[in-house]
Design a protein around this ligand. Sequence first.
Ligand SMILES: NC(=O)c1ccc[n+]([C@@H]2O[C@H](COP(=O)([O-])OP(=O)(O)OC[C@H]3O[C@@H](n4cnc5c(N)ncnc54)[C@H](O)[C@@H]3O)[C@@H](O)[C@H]2O)c1
Length: 260
Amino acid sequence: MKRFEGYGVLITGAARGIGAATARRLGAEGARVLVTDLDLDAAEKTAADLRERGLTAEAYGCDVGDRSSVEAAVAYAVDAFGSLDVLVNSAARCTPDVPLFEDGPDEVWERDLDLTLTGAYRCCRAALPHLVASGRGAIVTIGSVNGIQDFGNHAYSAAKAGLMSLTRTLAGHAAPRGVRVNLVAPGTVRTSAWEGRAAELDSVARVYPLGRVGEPEDIAAAVAFLASRDAAWITGTTLCVDGGLLAVNTAFHEAIRPLP
Ligand SMILES: NC(=O)c1ccc[n+]([C@@H]2O[C@H](COP(=O)([O-])OP(=O)(O)OC[C@H]3O[C@@H](n4cnc5c(N)ncnc54)[C@H](O)[C@@H]3O)[C@@H](O)[C@H]2O)c1
């Protein structure tokens, strides 16, 4: 029996990267997936790719920055699939570092916070009644190691830290109604977010104890676990999927003696 047979799943930012890999993984495990994204054309291509693999998927244009767009996407998923059992919040916005603390513009701070943190909140709020009705509802949000340690990108990092708090408070609120809420915090993952920066990816791989950066499928596997019944007694948690980055202080080890 596939873990998500009969499940209706909505994924934000699912046209590419981690969201798309999660759509493929949950689809392969039996889910009917609504591939939502700001970029509808790309979402259509991703959904078509899933269907070519014999999976069940539809595309829907959804901007997590817009409450009515989010509510329409949730309503569409419930209509199309008959239930909404899993929400995956993958859409986010990361503005490359600007000198925020030297007369930085409010707009950068507000936009990263709005799309990354408030966007996930909008999706959770719209999805929650349906997840309660499902009786096996689960939310998995894509956070980041940036929410835990400083890797730059101030506004984005603050938003990712906020998502961990949202995960815990919503887990408490939703647990009595049978909905689990968890977060996956990836390290560096090879996606379009790193397009044109292959040299940086190679360089950053050196600080990863497991010797490589992540692939979208590494994250999708963790999302699938947390969304599934295998994680039936897990809620409110942050699961780091980061090749050991946060656990091992590579710079410290290198300063004393290189790791073998
Ligand atoms: N790639 C990494 O190194 C990395 C590391 C840690 C965390 N993450 C997180 O993983 C998630 C996915 O990132 P990715 O690397 O796959 O990114 P990506 O750039 O490959 O894909 C992001 C998708 O989100 C969509 N999107 C952007 N704004 C949107 C909006 N307002 N509404 C709906 N969709 C929108 C884009 O169109 C795109 O398809 C994000 O939450 C990101 O912060 C990524």
